[in-house]
Design a protein around this ligand. Structure first.
Ligand code: PLP
Length: 386
């Protein structure tokens, strides 16, 4: 084996024969675009979460966040609260609609949105809040709902990292939020390659999202082939988008969903092994889930302390030299040129995120890692930090 065969990548999807067989079966069936597998995936996803929610499948979480805000009527002149500690997708969808994201700092322990900072940023124009369950650690659900009620805000949860997760005993996706959006991007906790799901309790919202995901057509393709109206007939009721999930992708997703709890348990197991292995090292461990919470462990984020012999950038390159891929989550929005310049954001407005950014590093935590790989990552961290 060469050194490069030995490299442990930062992330790898956990795909087996069952996923491959399901995709091949879908291809042989003739359904290459949205069809019966996408519909089944939506039903199974809603059942998996429970609580009587409705699920609408899309070709990305970004599309889901966009259409959730669109269906809520967010538009020019509106403000939407987002954390600086997130991927740009959370904020960009607000701009798609001509509204303005208001970027807020994060909690020093969890790196989730600081809800006091969010509340302080509310203005008469604020219409919605988009909490991000960073790394899979849920934002406290009661505090979010109370804040939303006090100010009449809509809640769209960015749950791209949070399958499966629970906040105060409530499964993420089943709270009273207007919508919750999951990602099935290749590196996320379950994958369809590219894909996403919006979950809501509001049937009108779900109907609007279904229409807008496929050109603003009032009936989707699958229905057209089953309905008693002539199959060529459809009505365009809005200038919609092209955001539908394909059947081969949904076929992969149905198998992954069935493995979701087992994959989550494996990631939690890896997180526990890391926490034990890093005892005494110059690092801060990631925040743990509180009583009643379930952490999805999409990411394992260490913070190097002042005593560490190397800085973050050197740590990442030393790890790579030693055969371990690491990453950084996230470069905060306020440090990205577009957001910084468009909204005149300055580092001192985000003291927690600015400070944390210089010290964070994400270690590999994918469910198909072997025990031996986990051990090697842990030993390599020790080697670089001692
Ligand atoms: C990955 C991610 C998204 C976007 O998901 P896609 O399915 O790639 O569109 C949104 N928000 C966060 C926090 C993410 O990590």
């Amino acid at each position: 084996m060469t050194a490069s065969d030995d490299f442990i990548p930062f992330a790898l999807p956990d795909i087996g024969d069952a996923e491959i067989d399901a995709v091949v079966e879908s291809m042989r069936s003739g359904w290459l675009t949205t069809g019966p597998r996408a519909a089944a995936f939506e039903r199974e996803f809603a059942d998996y979460l429970g609580g009587g929610v409705t699920a609408v499948a899309l070709n990305s979480a970004t599309a889901g966040l966009h259409l959730a805000l669109e269906a809520l009527g967010i538009g020019p002149g509106d403000e939407v609260l987002v954390p600086t500690w997130t991927f740009t997708a959370t904020a960009e969808v607000v701009r798609y609609l001509g509204a303005d994201p208001v970027v807020v700092d994060v909690d020093p322990q969890t790196l989730n949105m600081d809800l006091a900072a969010a509340e302080a940023a509310v203005t008469p124009r604020t219409r919605a809040i988009m909490p991000v369950h960073f790394a899979g650690l849920p934002v406290p659900t009661t505090a979010i709902q109370e804040l939303a009620r006090r100010h009449g805000l809509r809640v769209v949860e960015d749950a791209a990292h949070a399958l499966p997760a629970r906040s105060e005993g409530v499964t993420v996706g089943t709270s009273t939020s207007e919508a919750t959006v999951f990602s099935f991007y290749a590196t996320k906790t379950m994958t369809t390659g590219e894909g996403g799901m919006v979950v809501t309790r509001d049937e009108d919202l779900a109907a609007r999202i279904r229409t807008m995901r496929l050109h603003g057509i009032s009936r989707d393709i699958f229905d057209r082939y089953r309905s008693t109206l002539p199959s060529w007939h459809y009505e365009v009721v809005a200038p919609g988008f092209k955001y539908n999930l394909t059947d081969p992708a949904a076929a992969m997703g149905r198998v992954q969903l069935g493995r979701s709890d087992a994959m989550g348990a494996r990631r939690a197991d890896i997180a526990g092994r890391y926490a034990d292995a890093f005892d005494g090292l110059p690092v801060e461990l990631p925040a743990e889930a509180s009583e009643g919470d379930l952490h999805a462990w999409h990411l394992f984020v260490l913070r190097l302390t002042q005593d560490a012999p190397v800085d973050r950038d050197e740590f990442v390159s030393r790890m790579a030299q030693e055969g371990v891929g690491c990453s950084v989550h996230f470069i905060p929005l306020h440090m990205q040129p577009y957001w910084r310049d468009r909204y005149d954001l300055r580092p001192e407005q985000f003291p927690v995120a600015t400070e944390a950014f210089s010290r964070v590093v994400s270690l590999p935590i994918f469910s198909s890692m072997t025990d031996e790989q986990v051990e090697r990552v842990a030993q390599t961290v020790r080697k670089v930090l001692v």
